[in-house]
Ligand binder design. Structure first.
Ligand SMILES: Nc1ncnc2c1ncn2[C@@H]1O[C@H](COP(=O)(O)OP(=O)(O)O[C@H]2O[C@H](CO)[C@@H](O)[C@H](O)[C@H]2O)[C@@H](O)[C@H]1O
Length: 477
């Protein structure tokens, strides 16, 4: 079985958020279970800094399904683990920024990249083209419309329905796709071209990154306008929980943290905490350190955290933030640090090494998300014995269970209603437990939670087999 996986982000070559982690780690586990995987991504400028080696393949592909012709040179690198080939599609005129999503015309860039991947798929001949997120949404439309006979099947994975890639109708008119697609609403919402909708309508199967989110997105509350379309997919919509790379993220061997530790000997975790407090200029006390690492956007529940902040900071705890994003949230955390310098460390930057130190050195990890397709932060945290405090939504609901001191079960704390008071109460329950003899049990339960890719890679393989065996899905909006 041969899979061509397509993504705008692949860790460690280019990372903005969790999409990179998934596409950078899942392939290795698929390969281990016998699948042949190739990856295609744009040749972002940042890739040059992060790749060990890049070679020319001598191949070029031209966009033949757009009215303008763009040429992409195909370069190749490999993901270290699993020796997985990554095809880098290079066009400096279109991919003209250091920032993954900073191109001067992201709409044309994504259209042309999608067409180029379509051309590449004719050469590579995979069984399935596995698309990820809106930037790849036009690929299934190109494949179904223009490929002809031996066409690969298609799967699109939705990592976040909040980003659909909507552009003026003008962008549709740049393609050679038939005009009736527009009339029938196959790839538009209102009068806008919607890349993700195109991906959903034209793919043979659709998946998302947790079973709970797969259910939630069929509702008006979470469906972001696509709930009816998603509901109609029936069993062609599947939720598979993400995993994390247990080799790279291993507290027993991690060289990025102050001291290694294990479930049987947690003394190194204490050293990690002290080193973190020292590095960030926080008092090196026993007060629980609460970490938050996130893109600073509405999705992440930062408005209820803002409401709860003063109440929380009246308690004996330290808050360590790492993130970048919307200015109002960056400023919120900067001003909290100014007001509570002994309690808050606001790190408004992108720093994967500091992230690692926070996952290892914190006692608790906060994710009060408004919605969360899967969430990886809580998984990294648990792997490093840091207890998650979350809103039970999407993948957070699937991975974190409230600690019950009667049965000594549960790996974290959480709340259901999106409400600052509920958030405060969940943190209070975590703090009470922190000061009790039960804490060590919660920490160990968190560390025992299996968030590895082994199971989920198996789920993807089952899905790939189903896709190959199934009838091609008729286009239906
Ligand atoms: N300032 C910073 N410095 C260093 N590292 C930072 C950082 N800010 C964030 N990160 C890292 O970025 C990743 C974030 O991943 P998440 O899955 O938690 O959220 P994201 O919303 O990006 O992903 C979307 O896609 C993923 C993958 O499917 C889903 O899990 C998720 O629910 C969905 O919203 C983590 O590895 C985190 O450590």
């Amino acid at each position: 079985m041969k899979i061509l996986m397509v993504s705008y982000e692949v860790y460690p070559l280019a990372k903005v958020g969790g999409l990179a982690d998934v596409v950078g780690s899942l392939p290795e586990y698929l390969v281990k279970q016998g699948v042949e995987v190739q990856i295609a991504m744009p040749y972002h400028q940042i890739v040059e800094k992060n790749a060990n080696h890049i070679e020319k393949t001598g191949l070029t592909v031209n966009t033949s399904e757009l009215k303008s012709n763009y040429t992409f040179e195909v370069y190749k690198t490999t993901l270290n683990k699993g020796n997985i080939p990554v095809f880098l599609l290079k066009n400096d005129e279109l991919i003209d920024s250091d920032d993954v999503y900073g191109g001067s015309d992201l709409g044309v860039q994504a259209l042309a990249f999608s067409d180029a991947v379509f051309q590449l798929s004719k050469i590579l001949k995979p069984d399935i083209v596995h698309c990820n997120d809106w930037q790849t949404g036009l690929i299934p439309a190109f494949i179904k419309t223009f490929f002809g006979d031996a066409i690969p099947k298609t799967l699109i994975t939705i990592h976040n329905l909040g980003y659909q890639g909507t552009f003026d109708k003008y962008y549709f008119e740049l393609t050679k796709l038939p005009g009736y697609y527009w009339e029938r609403g196959y790839l538009s919402t209102g009068d806008m071209l919607n890349f993700l909708k195109a991906g959903i309508v034209f793919s043979d199967f659709v998946s998302t990154v947790s079973p709970t989110y797969a259910e939630e997105i069929k509702t008006e509350e979470y469906g972001m306008g696509l709930n009816d379309l998603l509901s109609k997919l029936g069993d062609r919509l599947v939720g598979i929980i993400n995993g994390i790379d247990y080799t790279e993220y291993n507290p027993e061997t991690d060289k990025r943290i102050a001291a290694t530790f294990s479930i049987d000997d947690l003394s190194g975790k204490k050293s990690c905490k002290l080193a973190l407090q020292k590095e960030l200029g926080l008092p090196e006390t026993d007060a629980p350190v609460v970490g938050l690492i996130s893109r600073l956007v509405d999705q992440k529940g930062l408005d209820i955290l803002a409401e709860a902040a003063e109440d929380l900071l009246a308690k004996d705890l330290q808050l360590v933030i790492l993130g970048t994003g919307e200015e109002r949230y960056e400023n919120l955390f900067r001003s909290l640090e100014e007001k509570f310098p002994q309690k808050v460390s606001a790190n408004i930057c992108f720093d994967v090494n500091l992230a690692q130190k926070i996952y290892a050195g914190s006692d608790m990890f906060l994710m009060p998300s408004k919605y969360e397709p899967c969430g990886l932060g809580q998984m990294f945290a648990m792997r490093y014995g840091t207890v998650p405090v979350v809103r039970f939504t999407g993948g957070l609901k699937d991975t974190v269970k409230e600690f019950d001191f009667n049965t000594a079960t549960g790996n974290g704390f959480g709340f259901f209603d999106y409400d600052s008071l509920e958030l405060t109460r969940a943190v209070e329950r975590a703090l009470d437990t922190y000061h009790s003899s039960d804490w060590i049990t919660v920490v160990k339960n968190a560390m025992k939670t299996d968030c590895s890719w082994e199971n989920s890679a198996g789920e993807y393989i089952k899905l790939y087999k189903r896709i190959i065996q199934s009838e091609r899905r008729p286009v239906d909006a």
